[in-house]
Design a protein around this ligand. Sequence first.
Ligand SMILES: *Cc1c(COP(=O)(O)O)cnc(C)c1O
Length: 232
Amino acid sequence: MTMIADNLHAVRSRIAQACTAAGRSADAVQLLAVSKTFGPEAVQAAFDAGQRAFGENYIQEAVEKMAALEHLAVEWHCIGPIQSNKTRLVAEHFQWVHTVDRLKIAQRLSEQRPAHLPPLQVCIQVNVDGGPTKSGVVPDEALALAQAVGALPRLQLRGLMCIPEPAPDFVAASAVFARARGLFNALNTAGLALDTLSMGMSADLDAAVASGSTLVRVGTAIFGGRSYPAAT
Ligand SMILES: *Cc1c(COP(=O)(O)O)cnc(C)c1O
């Protein structure tokens, strides 16, 4: 498991370099370690190397992992698609959700958030590159959804999240991420107080940081290749 510690160190260096190159301070970007498909021992190894925030796609798998790691002060982020029948598990077990793209799901999360827990921290997923079958609200509808979600009592709206298609190179990736940043800025200009722009993964985190990401979600570069695919 020292491999995970070494990988984490390398990813943190990569983020720091990307920040420097973009003239941003090294603490401007948070690292979310995406542990989907890996067991509790992998999370434990990353935790021992100082990592605290972990992202999971599969709700059921995540809840089992949480039970095995109850003794650790991990901050759990849901980054997978959420069906209506899974909102209760998400509301009861996670601190963050990045993948809200419909008001109905947000309403259920707010209603089901237990009273003894702090508000659920939420990002709205935006379909910035226009894939017709993809998750995420279209950019034109992001402001209205953000305002509605921001008004729900048990949610705290923190920002936007996107998962663009893999781009051929740094310039192309940066252009798509810059559109997300533009939308993020526009929503703040419209009166929202967003502080989180969740974008960038193992392959494109450098471009995402260059374009203003505040949180990168990194799996493969920390934990290695996955033996079953991600639900996105
Ligand atoms: C799997 C996943 C990641 C991490 O992807 P890597 O390429 O392994 O870094 C990030 N975000 C989401 C939404 C994912 O599903």
